[in-house]
Design a protein around this ligand. Structure first.
Ligand SMILES: [Zn+2]
Length: 441
């Protein structure tokens, strides 16, 4: 038996031995209501601080795993934590990164109980953050604990990170602050959820681009009794009044047609057909200052969330969306004279790890060893993640982590315990095969 396979077997045994404790550490992490204080609808001053409590909990696990622990704080009361298990030299370094913030609980009455009190069943842990992504953070920490317990000395450094701010794309306070403070490596695994119900985590080398924007329309108000005169162009038409709710369908249909085109012609092998989409998620229209339908609505705003193909730049997609809407508006005299106003609110670039990057094979191999030979699924990421911002700092990686993707941000979010164990095993084996073992140990 080779030295690497001895080390593999020893850490696999240790993860199994630690599994029960890993579940209780996850329950402890869920009990900290670390809602992102900048998430829409939050009272910043009331909420800020809990992210640091999760970082402190992780710091204890990192220290127990033999890591040197550092805190990086770019915004007051929002601590990022990094543990570095120093290698003995000569190996590649690996970073396991995850975010400590969670989204708000949503509708409390749709939960099994308190969303911030984990419910542990035979096969699941249910609670806010179980999937997104305290499960991944805890699995990474337990991979390091298993390596320590198995007496494995790595040649390269193993870095473990818990960062704030991810849920609103606030990477300057989180991942980017951490990398700028020097806590970086030769490759990264972002431990975000990459599984689905009844599966094991997939290897996810690609994330879509995400755009959030609003479109505002201006109309002309008039008494509701005059509607007939305004909608039939042969009568008074726009000269008397313009209802923005009617005008919106021009915008809606233009973007809906674009969405169909993307589904037919803009496919990616790791994403399901139709995944790239334009979601009109918020629509508000009313007569200025009043919310009764007795006047034509002279104001309208709609907000869209867009996921686009990873091979296309944000700039290219923004230009396409604006051009489609402007073209459609040319056929409407009012919209031609009063064009929709765009506001681009969040621009998250896509990320792709090159197919020939060595990390792909190392993680896939580690996954297969831990399952007794089954290769992992390969998939695109359902949302966006910090890989984008890591790439801006010269660090490449992929997503692999425990979780049931569709429960992220939902009520009764849960993670499967089998996925937690698998992720911890894959991380530990990846560390051995990526960072190398110490010569002569
Ligand atoms: Zn997440």
């Amino acid at each position: 038996m080779t030295k690497a396979s001895d080390a593999h077997n020893a850490v696999l045994d240790q993860v199994d031995r630690l599994a029960e404790r890993m579940v209780s550490s996850l329950a402890d992490a869920i009990a900290v209501p670390s809602v992102n204080p900048k998430y829409p609808g939050q009272d910043y001053d009331k909420v800020v601080g809990a992210e640091s409590d999760v970082s402190a909990l992780l710091a204890d696990l990192y220290a127990e795993a033999g890591a040197e622990v550092s805190t990086v704080t770019a915004e007051a009361r929002r601590d990022n934590v990094c543990g570095r298990v120093p290698g003995t030299g000569g190996g590649r370094s690996l970073l396991l990164n995850g975010h400590v913030d969670v989204v708000p609980e949503g509708s409390r009455d749709k939960w099994h109980g308190d969303p911030f009190r984990a419910l542990v069943t035979d096969d699941k842990v249910i609670g806010r953050g179980a999937t997104d992504m305290k499960g991944g953070l805890v699995a990474a920490a337990y991979a390091a604990l298993a390596l320590r317990a198995a007496g494995v000395d790595l040649a390269g450094d193993l870095l473990l990170q818990g960062v704030v701010g991810e849920e609103v794309g606030d990477h300057e306070a989180g991942t980017t602050a951490m990398l700028e403070a020097g806590f970086t490596a030769d490759a990264a695994i972002v431990c975000e959820p990459s599984g689905q119900a009844g599966t094991l985590p997939a290897v996810v080398p690609v994330t879509p681009g995400l755009l959030w924007f609003s479109i505002s329309l201006t109309g002309k108000t008039a008494h509701s009794g005059l509607r007939g005169m305004t909608i039939h162009p042969t009568l008074e038409g726009d000269a008397l009044g313009v209802n923005t709710v009617d005008k919106f369908w021009t915008v809606y249909q233009a973007l809906r047609a674009l969405e169909d085109e993307w589904a037919r012609h803009n496919r990616h092998p790791l994403f399901p057909p139709g995944y790239f989409n334009l979601l009109p998620g918020v629509l508000q229209a009313n007569p200025s200052g009043i919310f009764v339908p007795f006047f034509l609505a002279d104001r309208l705003s709609v907000e869209y969330c867009v996921y686009h193909h990873p091979d296309r730049s944000n700039e290219e997609v923004i230009a396409e969306i604006e051009a489609r809407v402007q073209d459609a508006c040319k056929s409407d005299p009012w919209l031609r004279e009063h064009p929709p106003v765009f506001e681009w609110k969040l621009l998250w670039p896509p990320y792709s790890l090159p197919d020939d990057a060595p990390l792909n094979a190392v993680v896939a191999g580690a996954h297969a060893i831990a399952t007794g030979g089954a290769d992992p699924l390969r998939a695109g990421f359902m949302g966006v993640c910090d890989l984008t911002w890591m790439n801006r700092k010269g660090l490449d990686g992929l997503v692999y982590g425990p979780g049931v993707g569709y429960t992220a941000h939902a009520e009764n979010e849960y993670v499967e315990i089998a996925q937690l164990v698998q992720a911890a095993k894959t991380y530990a084996l990846t560390a051995i095969d990526w960072c190398g073992l110490t010569d002569g140990a």
